[in-house]
Design a protein around this ligand. Structure first.
Ligand code: SIN
Length: 304
């Protein structure tokens, strides 16, 4: 089904007392202004959380903040997640660099391909935050797709059919893509999987985790699909021939253009997204230009 955001989802801005909100696209996303992320009051923070759950991804411009500021602001959302991929910077171990140098030519970059963050873990991060420092003159955008809107656009019959099903998420596809790149003689992507040398840990990530395909947001109760292209391998209890067409349908449905938004980064842009309400992808389209970002991830559910 080709979805259209109008009528199914309201991305208009609410009136807030401490923040200014300007929606980005019809389907999702909003710019938040009148906030200094190094100095956020409790009241402004409550409004930021409300805007995050409403718009799924929010971003702030001109946030010239330090790693410590990012760590402090991120911690307001809850405990840091056990991120599967990146190592933190010295002194701020929860602030993880996401870096592609100008001379790097790799087939896969961190975050490319539609995905939700680390769903092969039993407790994947609930919220992710990304701060742009060095931004290519063009390229290097990030896109998000609204999985709550995708769920709302399904027929009741499809919604009922999916309820109770579990998707299996694993790093299988990542390993297969890396091996294919090596066999094709391409420069392998630098893996920053923290424990890639620990076979037991890799086995766990290949086995992955099963999660409900429809999840209710713990704070708003809004239902959303939990399914992506990068990590979803099958539906538990189904034969592959049965599961794959359903997964193909769902991923095409979620990622249709009308359900997405796209962010053009600037130095000091700071984005936050809720992995329970959207999926995202980065683009490997800026060879010749450096891209330096810093990420934090917040664990599981938390109360606002
Ligand atoms: C990510 O997937 O967390 C990174 C996205 C990006 O670098 O744009």
């Amino acid at each position: 089904m080709i979805g259209h955001a109008y009528g199914a989802f309201d991305n208009s801005a609410k009136n807030y007392e401490f923040i200014q909100v300007d929606p980005l696209a019809a389907a999702m996303g909003a710019e938040i202004s009148e906030v200094d992320l190094a100095n956020v009051s409790d009241k402004a923070f409550a409004e930021i959380c409300h805007a995050l759950y409403r718009h799924k991804m929010i971003y702030f411009r001109d946030q010239d903040i330090t790693h410590a500021d990012q760590e402090n602001f991120s911690a307001k959302f809850g405990p840091f997640a056990d991120d599967a991929y990146t190592q933190g910077v010295p002194g701020n171990r929860n602030v993880q660099p996401v870096l592609k140098e100008a001379d790097a030519e790799v087939g896969i970059i961190f975050g490319s391909g539609w995905h939700t963050d680390s769903p092969f873990l039993q407790n994947p991060p609930a919220i992710s935050q990304l701060r742009g420092i060095d931004i290519p003159p063009y390229g290097g955008d990030t896109m998000w797709a609204n999985t709550a809107l995708a769920y709302a656009l399904l027929s009741e019959t499809m919604q009922e059919m999916l309820s109770g099903l579990k998707v299996r998420m694993s790093i299988q596809h990542i390993i297969a893509a890396s091996q294919k790149a090596v066999l094709a003689g391409e420069q392998p992507a630098k893996s920053n999987l923290k424990t890639s040398k620990d076979p037991e840990d890799m086995q766990l990530k290949v086995k992955g985790a099963a999660h409900p395909i429809v999840r209710a947001h713990p704070i708003t109760g809004e239902k959303a699909l939990y399914c992506d292209k990068t990590y979803t391998t099958t539906i538990d209890g189904m034969l592959e021939d049965e599961a794959q067409p359903i997964l193909d349908y769902l991923i095409n449905h979620i990622t249709q253009a009308a359900l997405t938004c796209r962010l053009r980064w600037e130095p000091n842009t700071y984005a936050i997204w809720d992995n329970r309400l959207c999926i995202h992808q980065a683009f490997n389209d800026h060879d010749g230009f450096r891209r330096e970002m810093y990420r934090t991830t917040i664990a599981r559910e938390h109360s606002a």
